[in-house]
Ligand binder design. Structure first.
Ligand SMILES: [Zn+2]
Length: 423
């Protein structure tokens, strides 16, 4: 594929950088990254870094060499040719990625230095921990966060799903209060980078999330000089549990190795939060007052649930930690503690059963025991979870024998009329 005509354009609302693709599977298509016009200076208008990172997975899937009629950062180009392709092949042996050639000129090293230090803000524990350490507590101006980012590159659903973009906008609005309160610019960034992965969805959504997120960060090299990516795992967890995510989740397996390889002379991307386990982070941020108003860990994507549902995996994970630390009262306005009371034993039993291969489960169990709290025994957990396991088995059988459409219809009916909850 040939990438050409890197352009900057503006509409009333958005400023865009776009690249045209010629030849190969995406002949005639255009990839874009866009931000509200007020942040147009953030867009990197003279190098193809973001587009190269955004297209490396589909190019390797199709075995298409990439020819860039423009420039790429020297370091990124070197790493892309020598390391990143090998790393992606090791991460996803089943994806049959082919090593490709990348042809590009090298961007001149700039003498000027960017001003902004960013991180993503999603209201979750990982995100707040990075903000607490490197905005609230950070004294070193070189490393102090001074802007926050909210991207639409996969976390809100797939590009084709018509609910994704409205959900992204709605979530951005609901998360805007905190940045306003602490006077940090909050940048909304949208892209069609996922459109080029549609052939391999939904699997590609988690397989490539790190690449798409970093592509979006590199698109903002016009102003950002440092960027923290909040890791969900600690160093040791990544070492022991990362292997369970081979082929499925790049962020949970190879991200700490991948991140330094995607830095350029303009931007340093830092893997943050790897120095803590999740329970340590959850307890650490309790000293930060804004979390009592703004903590939002929920993965339940129904639009009416702007606040935490208090029964999804992420809500329960957080609530169990807070319960073990005797700090549930601190988040009573953000969660429904009555729902947690109803769900907690079943949740703990499920965690007990998966603790051998789930770092969050073993972390919460260790933390509860350290604080003198009881944890269900394996036998108790097995008995309590038996109906759920049978239900799951039934779902898998139905999925095997029914078409996708029929299966989805039955599932929707069951969740509506039997009032089932998805975990
Ligand atoms: Zn939830």
């Amino acid at each position: 594929m040939i990438l050409r005509n890197l352009s900057f354009k503006e509409s009333d609302e958005w400023s865009w950088i776009t690249v045209q693709i010629a030849e190969g599977h995406f002949d005639g298509k255009e990839m874009y990254f866009r931000v509200p016009c007020a942040f147009k200076d953030y867009l990197c208008k003279d190098r193809y870094d973001a587009f190269l990172v955004g297209l490396i997975w589909p190019a390797m899937k199709y075995g298409e060499d990439i020819i860039i009629e423009g420039t790429v950062s020297h370091r990124l180009l070197f790493n892309m040719r020598n390391y990143i392709q090998f790393l992606l092949q090791e991460f996803a042996p089943k994806a049959e990625l082919k090593r490709i050639k990348i042809q590009s000129d090298i961007a001149p090293e700039l003498k000027t230095r960017n001003n902004m230090v960013g991180t993503a803000f999603s209201g979750g524990v990982d995100s707040f921990c990075t903000i607490y350490d490197h905005f609230e507590l950070e004294n070193d101006e070189e490393y102090k966060i001074n802007c926050l980012l909210f991207q639409n590159v996969g976390a809100h659903g797939s590009y084709e799903d018509t609910r994704t973009f409205p959900l992204f906008i709605e979530r951005f609005k609901s998360f805007s209060q905190y940045p306003q309160e602490v006077h940090l610019p909050f940048i909304m960034e949208d892209s069609n980078v996922q459109m080029f992965l549609s052939e391999w969805m939904p699997k590609a959504l988690t397989q490539t999330y790190s690449l798409n997120m970093i592509a979006g960060i590199l698109a903002l090299q016009g102003e950002i000089r440092k960027y923290y990516i909040s890791s969900s795992q600690s160093y040791t967890e990544n070492l022991f549990f990362g292997r369970f995510y081979i082929n499925t989740m790049l962020d949970e397996s190879y991200e700490p190795v991948l991140i330094p390889l995607l830095c350029t002379d303009l931007i340093e991307i830092i893997s943050d939060g790897v120095q803590y386990r999740r329970t340590e982070k959850t307890v650490r941020i309790l000293d930060y007052k804004p979390i009592q108003k703004y903590l939002n860990v929920c993965c339940n994507r129904r639009p009416e649930n702007v606040k935490n549902c208090s029964y999804c995996t992420k809500c329960c994970r957080t609530l169990w930690t807070l319960e073990s630390a005797d700090k549930l009262e601190l988040v009573k306005t953000q969660f429904d503690l009555n729902i947690w009371k109803k769900e907690e034993f079943r949740y703990k039993c499920r965690q007990r059963l998966i603790s051998g291969k789930d770092n969050f489960a073993i972390d919460n169990i260790d933390f509860a025991r350290k604080n003198g709290k009881s944890v269900p025994t394996y036998i108790q957990a097995f008995i309590v979870c038996m109906p759920d396991m049978l239900f799951k088995f039934g779902k898998n059988v139905l999925r095997l024998f029914l078409s996708q459409k029929k299966y989805q219809n039955i599932k929707a009916w069951a969740y509506k009329y039997l009032k089932l909850r998805e975990f």
